[in-house]
Design a protein around this ligand. Structure first.
Ligand code: GUN
Length: 283
């Protein structure tokens, strides 16, 4: 049976390491501050934002919440971001996605100052990730890399298969694995015979959002299986893309949902926020 990767414990450890840095910055007169924007009342977004604010509080990071109504115009949102960009007491700005349909996400992402873009979604930061010289780590993929490091899972030369090609997870995940010298294959909704690719994976990362997508017959014996998805079942229970109960019998390492990748995303977000505060000195 696989080792279950404990994202909750590792996230707590990483966040604890950041506490001293936040304290040291305070000693230098810098109060680390993250501005979190949420538009509308998407229940999943509300849970994510609450978790982010809770982590800030645990670390002594000040968090400002801007909860805007569903009918906020793009202009109003961009104007708020403009204000936060020029506010020297704000280190990081995060606008929770998805946004209501009438707001163009691209315009919003592009409007956040790259120096405050703790999600690393701005094209300038995406470019840095592509080249490999980044300041801000892409939160979810970097969280996965922290897990692989903690559990001493070798990456160089391994066959890694990433299922999903989103800008938030799939694409940056590919870049980080490539940086560590993996051979990376990206699969997506138009991939023919997904199983023929996943069966070759030493490390399989699934980030699609489809319950039951990865079944045990699609996984190689002793593979490392990382489940990035968070799906809600009708019962209200959370689960990922992977058939956890059966795949865990075959894999060498596996992440649970919840308690796997999710908490790691927040740990990296906190790391980016502290980095942004440290960079205040260079502003
Ligand atoms: N929506 C889903 N994941 C994320 C994330 O990492 N950051 C933001 N801003 N929105 C999200």
């Amino acid at each position: 049976m696989a080792v279950i990767i404990d994202g909750k414990a590792l996230s707590a450890k990483l966040k604890n390491n950041l506490k001293d840095e936040v304290e040291a910055l305070k000693g230098e007169g810098i109060e680390t501050c993250l501005a979190v924007i949420i538009v509308g009342d998407n229940p999943a977004s509300r849970v994510y934002v609450n978790n982010k604010k809770k982590s800030c509080a645990e670390l002594g990071i000040k968090s400002l919440e801007y909860a805007l109504p569903e009918d906020t115009t793009e202009e109003e949102l961009l104007s708020l971001i403009d204000e936060l960009n020029s506010d020297d007491s704000v280190d990081g700005i995060l606008c929770q996605l998805p946004l209501p349909k009438h707001i163009c996400e691209k315009n919003v992402i592009n409007s956040i100052s790259p120096r405050k873009d703790v999600d690393a979604f701005h094209p300038e930061n995406v470019g840095h990730i592509m080249i490999g010289d980044y300041t801000f780590l892409p939160c979810t993929p970097a969280g996965v890399m922290e897990m692989l490091k903690e559990y001493e899972i070798e990456i160089a030369g391994k066959n890694c298969v990433v299922v999903g090609r989103s800008n938030i997870v799939g694409k940056p995940m590919t870049m980080l694995l490539l940086k560590e010298n993996a051979t990376v294959t990206v699969c997506h909704s138009r991939t023919k015979d997904l199983a023929s690719f996943t069966r070759e994976a030493d490390i399989l990362v699934s980030a699609v959002g489809k319950v039951g997508l990865i079944t045990a017959d699609m996984v190689k014996e002793n593979a490392v299986v990382i489940d990035v998805a968070i799906n809600r079942l009708e019962s209200g229970k959370l689960c990922g893309d992977v058939d956890f109960e059966n795949v865990k019998e075959k894999a060498s390492f596996i992440t649970p949902v919840p308690g796997g990748v999710g908490p790691m995303t927040i740990a990296v977000l906190m790391k980016n926020t502290v980095k942004a505060a440290e960079n205040r000195k260079n502003r």
